[in-house]
Design a protein around this ligand. Structure first.
Ligand code: ZN
Length: 62
């Protein structure tokens, strides 16, 4: 079984849909900054992992 699940967010800077692997063992609330692979701008990601339905991501620019 994998401890990772792919989740998607819309980059707030360029509007592209980005898929990232989410580490499900990292806790139910995670927050980190990652550069958008499309426009290379830093995006603050807040990840909420619920028991069912997979992770949800809120993205905003710094
Ligand atoms: Zn972007």
């Amino acid at each position: 079984m994998s401890a990772e699940e792919e989740a998607f967010y819309l980059c707030p800077a360029c509007g592209e849909e980005i898929g990232i692997p989410v580490d499900l063992s990292g806790g139910s609330e995670q927050e980190y900054v990652e550069d958008c692979p499309v426009c290379c701008r830093p995006v603050l990601l807040r990840i909420h992992i619920h028991g069912e339905g997979g992770p949800t991501i809120t993205a905003q620019t710094e």
